[in-house]
Design a protein around this ligand. Sequence first.
Ligand code: TXA
Ligand code: MG
Length: 320
Amino acid sequence: MAKAAIVAPTDNAIAEAAALLRNGRLVAFPTETVYGLGGDATSERAVSGIFTTKGRPRFNPLIVHVPDLEAAEAIGEFGERARVAARRFWPGPLTLVLRRRPDSGIALLACAGLDTVALRVPAHPVAQALLRAVGRPLAAPSANRSGRVSPTTAEHVALDLGGHVGLIVNGGPSEVGLESTVLDLSGAAPVLLRPGGVTLEALEARIGAIATAVADPTRPRSPGQLASHYAPRLPLRMNATTAVPGEALLAFGPQAPPGFAEVLNLSPRNDLSEAAANLFAMLRRLDRPDFAGIAVMPIPEHGLGRAINDRLRRASAPRD
Ligand code: TXA
Ligand code: MG
């Protein structure tokens, strides 16, 4: 297949992308978290194409994107807690796992055969425009090869999936930079399946205590919990305070330890949102064969730091 076209998000480009999507084709588009590889969530064929293109295991279900709460209510069963969370955090980086309505119309493959569905209303204006133009829900995982670092620019998508996706709509760098928070509200008690762009603290302030899914890599409750994920090619070392010869450093805060082959700083002013926005792009920039590995300074385990550390732990997990 020819190299993917990166196009500016003009009205014409949105209309072209919507037409492709209605024909079962895949389009990469920007969201405020990361770029998504979108396909018609009601088409088994389109959804199947997403799994093939990403090289993603088919037991790992996809997030279904819709333009608003009303469209989401046609697909998932909302209880009071889900409505409170949706009203507060949508549009935005929150995904709700809910029981799937029998008449949802969503391709079973998108939910990996589960009786639940993951729903998200993205805030990015280009994602919103595209969803409204298509008029159908879009299944969209991050637009990278399965297991690799998620894309936060159109160029990242082109590098990863260039030959395999017809169109990449450019919406600039993703503002949040980390995937959405995945919150399971399908059972009696809320469970955090993936920390992300909405902090646990902010969620708990709205809906009360949230349990954290016990990470059992052999039986992932959210298949995104698979241990090795979001991985650069180089080995990654967390909580680094001193240099190892040849390593590159991902620093955080005003003072970086000396002796590293190269240093990029996630946020010299200790700002976790700035660090989240920089994380994936900087990991990619340091993922060069002339370094021995990537070391990362300690990141505080609160707020967005929880999601940053989650991605770093997966990136440093043993690979299979
Ligand atoms: O920010 C995001 O969420 C991005 C953008 C494109 O919206 N999308 C994204 O999708 O990160 P993906 O496919 O890379 O991650 C989806 C996560 C996975 O961890 C998956 O296991 C979980 O959501 N998931 C999806 N459906 C689920 C379900 N029914 N039950 C439990 N977990 C589910
Ligand atoms: Mg992903």
